[in-house]
Design a protein around this ligand. Sequence first.
Ligand code: ATP
Ligand code: MG
Length: 275
Amino acid sequence: MNLNNCNKTIKEFTRLIEGKIYNPFEGELKIGVDLGTANIAISVVDSNNRPIAGEIYPSSVVKDGVVVDYMGATKIVRELKLILEERLSTQLNYAATAIPPGIMKENMKVMANVIEAADMDVINIVDEPTAASTVLNITEGAIVDIGGGTTGISIIKNGNVVFTGDEATGGHHMTLVLSGFNGVSIEKAEGYKKDKTKEKEVFSIIRPVVEKMASIVSGYIKGYDVSEIYLVGGSTTFMDFEKVFEKELGIKVYKPYNPLLVTPLGIAMNCISNR
Ligand SMILES: Nc1ncnc2c1ncn2[C@@H]1O[C@H](COP(=O)(O)OP(=O)(O)OP(=O)(O)O)[C@@H](O)[C@H]1O
Ligand SMILES: [Mg+2]
């Protein structure tokens, strides 16, 4: 498996987000809104799925696919939309969004309502693994998405999702472990966790959490013929993360560049009307 093309696209998207810049574009844009537990993101690509612009904002208005602060979520989506509209000098009136595997129908409706309340028509709702698989350009294997709140897994065969599962162990648990270990506040521990200069020391403390995540995945893939695992989600950012998974699972594990942005980018790529 060669992730070169996919990595190039994610790198470009990262550059646009970090620089708060955009790529010149022509024609219709495709827009994606990701309402995550840790981050809300809006991604914009063109009809060829070339990244055009994006904004990401840390938030706690959604918990594991359930909107817990409707007004707060709407406000953030509205603000991110305005920032991007100004940057691109165009209106962003429609979007696709995504739901974690296993989410209830009612919650799906609330997610769509948040986006519609921010003046965007929701033209497509995809499941998160499908969004990620579009960026990765894969039709076989398991996608493991480790975000703030959950470890989600989807097994894909012949381009179809044949199994999904999730468990409430995510990046927040790593933060809790670090907070307890060092006797510091959760906010401090969150900063410590993301401090690149402390990565080795941090990873040695949270390693058991990563091993637990791998054992969750191991339980789920039993009985399926999975030969490749793809890691996405912000919590897989650690350099040695995939090594722990490979050791625990004995399966080839791939991680794209900046796994945090894979699902948000893939949602925009799936902004195709399903009506
Ligand atoms: N550089 C980093 N190193 C370690 N962890 C990181 C880093 N950047 C982000 N994270 C963690 O990744 C998590 C957020 O990832 P992501 O944006 O994929 O989650 P989400 O989609 O909002 O949540 P979920 O999918 O659970 O609803 C947070 O727990 C955050 O602390
Ligand atoms: Mg997510």
